[in-house]
Design a protein around this ligand. Structure first.
Ligand code: ATP
Ligand code: MG
Length: 445
């Protein structure tokens, strides 16, 4: 597979060659080219040391912990990353090599890379160097560690999350030996910083195969380390006599994610953990009926604990809390306007679609066949109610009208009158017309 390399990539390759160094395209870019995709970013490896790279690219920035020089250029959002051939020696903290030694050859550098499909290099003429069978594994759609998987995950625990993430992004399967090694080392994920775990988790959730990704985290034991609360749902049966809930809580949660139409990683995560309060609230009532009263309240508290532990942004944390807290909303088109308005206020207009997407996942993930007519009608009602005045800001009169009509200055009285007008309009939206409201202002004086 040959592609036309972008001009700036060719320029980088040329500059190194002119200066007498070896240079290769490596990493995700090679993978993408071989799969016939356009690489979103470019990594290179060279026998030039960082100092020598900086002589060729004086504007480059050097991160001395990994021997990588970054080059920003208008042709790419992400910097071009150029790393000196490396070989690695010892990883006593299971995350960072104790020291970095420059490697002498390309092969040495490829041998320290994580997976066979990531351990290939292309030169300027697009000749492939592939010592570990990466191209074949790409065709077979498998993720396989370079060398002994047990040793590779012992060196760097982050590679376990990377394996799942890359598998989820590409729709690949992790080979048995590599997967078994992840199972064996899952508990060492605690050596990886929370920020990196958060980053990889969200990349898995944002990928094309979020369900498969989360299932891999579950099956490998990584989920047990990262979100033990989630694992509590497996084996928690929900079936009551005569009722049809077919899955236990954990399985239902995974299937809800699988069926959630949203592509937003946070909404997908909320869908995954929406029932996280169920294990703690499960009761068996008379006749063997199983109940989970208030599980959304308990669950939203657990969601907050998880969000804090994984250092979600405040926005993400609050939204996650809300989606879990409100996921039991009543779908009934016969509800009063004010009940529906309360729902919209609790969820927030900007989050309604996400809340509905969670519900679609929840329903389909519980074995329901399709969205019901009742759900469709409810969505229509939400749209209609949203067209109605929502707050004093939507009134056809404003503070200035009140001040003018009564000849008063701004102050609490103005807000009070607007509030009274709004409660009239809330009950009967036909009253939201200027003439009528101006007439009412005098009455409230
Ligand atoms: P993408 O950029 O799409 O995430 P990528 O494969 O380019 O995919 P990077 O994180 O940019 O991933 O890393 C570039 C390359 O560096 C990888 O392809 C892999 O060869 C190597 N690499 C990255 N992280 C590790 C690691 N923890 N252990 C071993 N090799 C790694
Ligand atoms: Mg990359």
């Amino acid at each position: 597979m040959q592609i036309k390399l972008p001009p700036y990539v060719v320029e980088i390759l040329d500059k190194f060659e002119k200066a007498g160094f070896e240079v290769y395209i490596v990493g995700g870019a090679v993978r993408n080219i071989l799969m016939g995709r356009k690489p979103p970013d470019w990594d290179f490896t060279t026998n030039a040391t960082p100092e020598e790279i900086l002589k060729i690219f004086p504007d480059g920035f050097y991160d001395n912990s990994f021997g990588t020089v970054g080059i920003s250029h208008k042709s790419s959002k992400k910097p071009y990353e150029i790393t000196t051939f490396r070989r690695e020696v010892g990883y006593s903290d299971k995350r960072h090599p104790d020291k970095i030694e420059w490697g002498k050859t390309l092969k040495e550098d490829l041998a320290r890379r994580d997976f066979t499909i990531n351990a290939m290099a292309l030169d300027k003429g697009q000749k492939l160097t592939d010592p570990f069978g990466g191209q074949g594994d790409l065709k077979k759609k498998i993720i396989k560690a370079v060398g002994d998987p047990v040793k590779r995950f012992r060196e760097d625990a982050l590679r376990m999350m990377r394996a799942v993430r890359i598998a989820a992004e590409l729709g690949f399967v992790i080979t048995e030996a590599t997967f078994e090694a992840i199972k064996m080392h899952a508990d060492s994920i605690k050596h990886v910083s929370v920020e990196r775990i958060h980053d990889e988790l969200f990349r898995i959730l944002a990928s094309d195969y979020p369900y498969e990704g989360m299932a891999m985290l579950h099956n490998s034991g990584l989920m047990h380390q990262i979100i033990p609360e989630f694992e509590d749902g497996f084996g928690v049966e929900q079936k009551s006599p005569g009722r049809h809930h077919i899955y236990d809580v954990g399985t239902h949660s995974l299937l809800s994610l699988k069926n959630c139409p949203s592509t937003d990683p946070l909404v997908r995560f909320a869908t995954l953990i929406h029932d996280i309060g169920k294990p703690q609230t499960r009761r068996v009532a008379k006749g063997g009926i199983i109940t989970f009263y208030n599980h959304e309240v308990v669950g939203s508290r657990i969601a907050k604990v998880i969000a804090d532990r994984l250092r979600f942004s405040k926005h993400d944390r609050d939204k996650l809390w809300m989606l879990v807290r409100r996921h039991q909303f009543v779908v009934d088109e016969k509800q009063t306007d004010s009940a529906i308005r309360r729902f919209i206020k609790n969820v927030g207009r900007e989050n309604i679609q996400d809340m509905l997407d969670l519900r679609v996942g929840d329903r389909l993930g519980g074995g329901a066949k399709e969205t019901s007519w009742r759900f469709e009608k409810f969505k229509k009602r939400i749209k209609e109610v949203q067209k109605q005045p929502f707050s004093v800001n939507d009134l056809k009169v404003d503070g200035k009208d009140v001040m003018k009509a009564l000849g008063i200055k701004s102050g609490p009285k103005v807000g009070e009158i607007l509030g009274k007008l709004f409660s009239e309009v809330e009950k009967d939206q036909k009253k939201n017309n200027k003439e009528y409201l101006l007439g009412r202002i005098k009455k409230y004086e």
